[in-house]
Design a protein around this ligand. Structure first.
Ligand code: DX5
Ligand code: ZN
Length: 219
C-alpha cells in the first residue's frame, strides 16, 4: 500500500513559507493547520494565506481545520483549490452534508477525531468521506508526544475500510517521528502528518526516513 508523508507547515518558518515549501518538495501533500483561537487555544491563519500557499506550492494542500463552525467556513477552502479539506467531527453541525458540499466543489472531504472522540459512530459513514484523521495529540500545538492509546481507533477504521473496499485514507497527526510512525503504520494508518520531525534538521532526509519506516510497516 502506498504511504503519504504530509509535512505540517505549523513547524515551518512563518516568515519564509516560500522557502520552506521548497524544502519539502519530496513530500506528498502539504499539511496546512488552520486554528481559530476558539476550537483550539491557538491561532494560525485563514483563507487568504492558504490561497497564497496554494499558488506557491508544487504539491497539493491537505487543509486541517481546527475551527468552530466548519459548516460555514470549510467550503471556502475547497473553493480556493485545496486538494483535501478536513474538519473536526466535534465542531461540525452536519458532517455528512458538509462532506458532500466539499466533494461537490471538487475537494477530498476529511473528518478529524480528537483523541477522546470515539470512532464507532463514523464507521458506517465511511462512504461519505475520503479521509479520516485520527488525532494522536490534542489539537492545537506542534511538538507534543504521540498518544498510543488512540491506536485502537485506527484498527477499527482499517478493518472497516478493507471490508468496504473504499479508497478512504487513514491519517494520523501529532507526535509522529521515525519511531511512532511504525506504531501508527502497524495499527492501520497510511497517511502521516509530521511537523517537528520534518522541519528539525534536513527536511528531505527526514521525509525519506519517515517514508522508509512507514513503508516497512504499513499493511
Ligand atoms: C496539531 C496539528 C499538527 C501539528 C503536528 O494540532 O494539527 O498538524 O503540526 O506537529 P508535530 O508533528 O510536531 O506533533
Ligand atoms: Zn494538523
Amino acid at each position: 500500500m502506498r504511504v503519504r508523508i504530509n509535512p505540517s507547515i505549523l513547524a515551518a518558518d512563518f516568515a519564509n513559507f516560500e522557502r520552506e515549501l521548497g524544502r519539502i518538495a519530496t513530500a506528498d501533500l502539504v499539511h496546512v493547520d488552520i486554528m481559530d483561537n476558539h476550537f483550539v487555544p491557538n491561532l494560525t491563519f485563514g483563507p487568504t494565506m492558504t490561497e497564497r500557499l496554494q499558488e506557491l506550492s508544487a504539491i497539493p494542500l491537505d487543509v486541517h481545520l481546527m475551527i468552530d463552525d466548519p459548516d460555514r467556513w470549510a467550503p471556502g477552502y475547497a473553493e480556493l483549490g485545496a486538494y483535501s479539506v478536513t474538519f473536526h467531527a466535534e465542531a461540525a453541525k452536519d458532517a455528512v452534508s458538509l462532506a458532500r458540499r466539499l466533494r461537490d466543489i471538487g475537494a477530498r472531504a476529511g473528518i478529524a477525531l480528537k483523541p477522546g472522540t470515539p470512532v464507532e459512530p463514523f464507521l458506517d459513514l465511511l462512504p461519505e468521506f475520503d479521509q479520516v484523521l485520527v488525532m494522536t495529540v490534542e489539537p492545537g500545538f506542534g511538538g507534543q508526544s504521540f498518544m498510543a492509546e488512540t491506536m485502537p481507533k485506527l484498527g477499527l477504521l482499517r478493518e472497516a475500510v478493507t471490508k468496504s473496499g473504499l479508497d478512504v485514507w487513514l491519517q494520523v497527526d501529532g507526535g509522529i517521528t521515525a519511531d511512532t510512525i511504525v506504531i501508527a503504520a502497524e495499527a492501520g494508518a497510511d497517511t502521516f502528518v509530521a511537523g517537528s520531525s520534518v522541519f528539525r534538521g534536513e527536511p528531505a532526509d527526514n521525509i525519506a526516513s519517515l517514508r522508509a519506516a512507514a513503508e516497512a510497516h504499513v499493511h
